[in-house]
Write a protein that binds this ligand. Sequence first.
Ligand code: SF4
Length: 353
Amino acid sequence: MMNHNARKKSRVEHCVNPPSGDRLKILVCKPRLARQTIRLNRFIGCEPLEMEYLYSALQHHDVQLLDGIVDRRDPVRLAKKYGPQIVLFTSFITTISSVLKIAAQLKALPHPPLTFVGGPHAEVMPEHFYSQYIDGVFFANQLEALNRVIVSIQQNESYHNIPGGAFQIQGQFRRNPSLPLDPASLPQPKHILIRRFPKRYKIIHYKPCAAIKTSFGCPDKCTFCFCTEMHGGTFAVRPIEDVVDEIETIPVKNIIILDDNFLINRKRLLKFCDLIEKRALHKEFIAVGNARFAAQNADIMRRLRQVGVTALMIGFEFVTDELLESVDKKSTIAENNATIEICRELDIDLFAL
Ligand code: SF4
């Protein structure tokens, strides 16, 4: 296994370092939600971790971040003023039309930038972004694929064969093979947005609230769940020491653990608790998990509460075992009820979905 220092070195290599010394001007844009979207932004404004990963990966370039969910600046006006060579969009399903509209306007500028799309929706449905106004879509190990594309652009070479991306060639998109993700090689996000704008990011009454991700995907396979399609349908975890290193750098008390399912491995969770305690990190965590684990591991839930897990988000989904079984949900109604009792006893806020 790679040790802690070797992992840090590998993360540094993962950053997009201009070989020629040229800094590229890059605008990272998360568009505002389409008008018809049901908005919860009075209650929830999640720190855009994906943008902060990009900021860290592109640290050798001149990068501007525009989080359209909370920042009202117009991306096209900003691009006119700033003159980026590349615009990177990060998109959910709710912002597909906005991405395509902004990209069309960018391509009409006197010096149009290259336009690329990534983010959760691109990972599962890259073809939704196949448009004459988009040069490429990243769908697997997106930071590594982006890294390779940027190096190719700087060296004036073609990027069209790079794995993990689908690229436009003469009006057609060619989807290249996938690229596996090694979570240990990801750069540590700098949390620059919550540092600059703490009041913008909150989860209900947890404000300000930062976000971290400790794992990717979920080993369960509930039939309705988008997460099972992410990361090529695989489950991968970050080394827990790296996660706690990152937590140490976060400037606010509240942190949501944005895993698809944090409650999976007893040993890993115990190590998480031990490290948080050893480093005397006084944080409050909101974790996303599942009722089966919570109900069957009351001792771990108690330990998590001791180190600051004060809220859980858990998918209860249905009110009968038949319906739970029908979607391959592994937990039962009895486990949902036991989870309520455990949370009540431990004074953990429970958001049952
Ligand atoms: S347990 Fe949760 S994250 Fe995992 S597949 Fe089911 S719904 Fe998705």
